[in-house]
Design a protein around this ligand. Sequence first.
Ligand code: URA
Length: 297
Amino acid sequence: MVSSENNSFPSSQPASDNNMRSAKPIDDALQMLDALRWQVEMGADEAIMDTPDLSAAQSITDNDADQAANARADTPTGTNLPNQGITDRSAKGGSEATKIEALDVSRCQTLEELRQAAAAYDGSDLKRPATQIVFADGDPASNIMFIGEAPGADEDRQGKPFVGVSGQLLNRMLLSIGLPREQIYITNTILWRPPGNRTPTAQETAQFMPVLRRHIQLVAPKILVCLGGAAAKAVLATNMGILKLRGQWYDFDAGEGLVLPVMPTLHPAYLLRSPQQKALAWKDFRQIAKKIEEIQS
Ligand code: URA
C-alpha cells in the first residue's frame, strides 16, 4: 500500500480565462484519478456503483481541512475544557431541540428495545439511503464503551460499527494495550451511514443524542472513549477541536445518576491519513489502559 504521507491532492491552480475551458476535462480526469488513488490507499478494493460519485472525495478533502484547522488551533495553549455533560448541552440546545423531531427512547429498558426503537424511527433523512441500522458491536457487559462518528460503507453493508479499514486499525490499537476487540462495546454517535460518508450535521447529531445517551445508560460502562472530533464534540457538548480535547479525562453526566470518565482520542481514520499522529493516540491509549487497571483493582 502507498503511504498516505505521499498522497497529495491536485493543487487548484488559478487558470486564466483563455485556458479554463480547455483545461476542464483534464482537471476532472485528474480529480477522478486522485479520488481513485485515495480510495485505493484507504483500502477500497471493489466498485459498488456504475458511475463515480465525487462527492465522497470532496467530503474527505473537507474533513482533512477541518482536522488541519483543529491542529493549528491546538498549538498555542494547553487550555482545558470546562467539564460539560449532556445535561448542559440540552440546556444550551433547547431551541435547537424543538426544531427537530427527536426520538423518545426513555422507555426502552433493554438494548434490544433501544435497537428496535432506533431502527423503526423514520424521523431521520439518513435512514432512507442507508442499507441498515448500525447499532453496536462487542460485549454489552464491558466496562469500556467506545463511541465513533457514523458508519461508513463497510459498516452499512455489514450492520456493525468499525469493520472497515478504520476498524482494523482500531483493533490493532486495542491489542496494543492488551484489549481484544471482543472485550469492548462500541457504537457510533449516528446509527445510519450519512450518504457519501459526509460528516453528520449538528442537527443530525442532536437528533441522535437521546439514543446515544440511553445507550450509555443501558450499557452503564465504567469508562467512555470518544473516537474523533465528532463523537467528542457531541458527548462533551463543545466545539473545541479534537487535538485540544484529546489526552485528558472529562466527567460525563449520562443522567440517571451515571457519571463516568470520558477520554477523547484521535479517530483511526484520521490516523490513517496522518500516521505521524499515531504517537498521540498511543499516549491516550496508555492512559486508557491505566484507567482500566484502576477500575479493576
Ligand atoms: N468510522 C466511524 O466513526 N464509525 C464506524 O463505524 C466506522 C468508521
